[in-house]
Design a protein around this ligand. Sequence first.
Ligand code: HEC
Ligand code: HEC
Ligand code: HEC
Ligand code: HEC
Length: 259
Amino acid sequence: MMRIIPLIFLTFLLFQVQALAIMGPQGVSKTAHNLSTEDGGTLDYYISDNEDEICIFCHTPHGGSLDGPLWNRSSPGNSTFTHYSTTTLDSIGAGASRVLSDESLICMSCHDGAMAINHVLNPSNRTGTQPTVNGSTDQQIVTIPGAIGGVIGKSLADETSSTDLTDDHPISFSYDDVLAYYTSAGRGIQLHDVTTAVGSGVRFYGSGNRVECGSCHDPHVNYDSGIPDGNDPTADEAYRPFLITPNDGSKLCLACHNK
Ligand code: HEC
Ligand code: HEC
Ligand code: HEC
Ligand code: HEC
C-alpha cells in the first residue's frame, strides 16, 4: 500500500504536467521583436542603428509603466478602440467599444501604427547620457525612421486609423461569459472548455479568463525570422509569427473553437 500511494501520486503528477501547455522555444533575439543593432544588420525589420540592448524596447529594470511586466513604453489610451462586432457576437459584454485590457494595450503601443517605436520611458544608462527623467516621459532612444509593418490598428475601411480593431479577432472579453452564453443558447458544443483550450496551448488572462493578444501570441518565441542567420537549430518555424502554439491544420483556432 505504501508503495502504491506514491505511484498513484506520481502518475497524477505526470498527467498534470502533460495537461499543462508547452510553450515554444524562447529567443526573442532571433525574431522581428529584436529591434536592436544586435540583429546582425539585417534590414528586414524595424531596426535600431545605435541601441544594442534587446529587451529595452519593451522592458526596463526600473521606472517602468505598470501596464505590463516592467514595461518600458507608454500606452495609447485604452478606451478609444473599436472592436470586432457582429450580431452573433452580442454575447461579448460591454459591446464594441469596451475598454482594451492592458495585456493587449501594451502590444498596441507598437502595433497601433501611431505610437513611436523608438521611444521608451527609461533609456539605457550605458549609452553615455544619464537620463534626467525616470519612468515619466517618453524619450527617443534611437533614430530609426519608417513605419512598422504589422499594423493592427487600421482597417481597409479606415487606413488612417490607429484604433480600429473591427477587422481583427475579438479580444479583451471574458471567455467564460461567452461559453456560458453559448451553453444557455444550446450551442455550448461550439467552444471547448477553458481546461481543454489551455491543454491545447492557448492562454487566458485574469478573472473570467479573458482573451487577449497573448492568448494566441508569445512575443518571445523563437521562430528564427532570419536574424542574424536564419539557421538556428533551436528555433521552430511552426511558431511564426509569434504564435503561442503552432497553427498547422488550424490547431491554434481549434484549441478554442470546436468546428
Ligand atoms: C517587443 C517587445 C518585447 C521584447 C523585445 C521583450 N519582451 Fe518580454 N514581454 C513582452 C510582453 C508583451 C510580455 C507580456 C507577455 C504576456 O502577455 O504574457 C513580456 C513578458 C516578459 C516577462 C514576464 C512574463 C513572461 O512571459 O515570463 C519576462 C520575464 C520578460 N518578458 C523578459 C524579457 C527579456 C529578458 C527580454 C530581452 C531578452 C524581453 N522580455 C524582450 C514583450 C517583449
Ligand atoms: C517595441 C514595439 C513592439 C511591441 C511592444 C510589440 N511588437 Fe510585435 N512587432 C514589432 C515590430 C517592429 C515588428 C516587425 C514589423 C515589420 O515587419 O515591420 C513586429 C512584428 C510582430 C508580428 C509579426 C512577426 C512576423 O514575423 O511577421 C507579430 C505577430 C507581433 N509583432 C505580435 C506582437 C504581440 C502579440 C505583441 C504583444 C504581446 C507585440 N507584438 C508587441 C514591434 C513590437
Ligand atoms: C485568436 C487568435 C489571435 C489573437 C487574439 C491575436 N492574433 Fe495576431 N495573429 C494570429 C494568427 C494565427 C496570425 C498569423 C496569421 C497568418 O499567418 O495568416 C496572426 C498574425 C499577426 C500579425 C502579423 C500580421 C498579420 O496581419 O498577419 C501581427 C502583427 C499580429 N498578429 C498582432 C496581434 C496583436 C497586436 C494582437 C492583439 C491586439 C493579436 N495579434 C491578437 C492570431 C491572433
Ligand atoms: C483563445 C480562444 C480562441 C482562439 C485561439 C481563437 N478563437 Fe475565435 N473566438 C473565440 C471566442 C470566445 C469568440 C467569440 C465568439 C462569440 O462571442 O460569438 C471568437 C470569435 C471568432 C469569430 C467570430 C464569430 C462571429 O460570430 O462573428 C471567428 C470567425 C473566429 N473566432 C475564428 C477564429 C480563427 C480562424 C482562429 C484561429 C486563427 C480563432 N478564432 C482562434 C475564441 C478563440
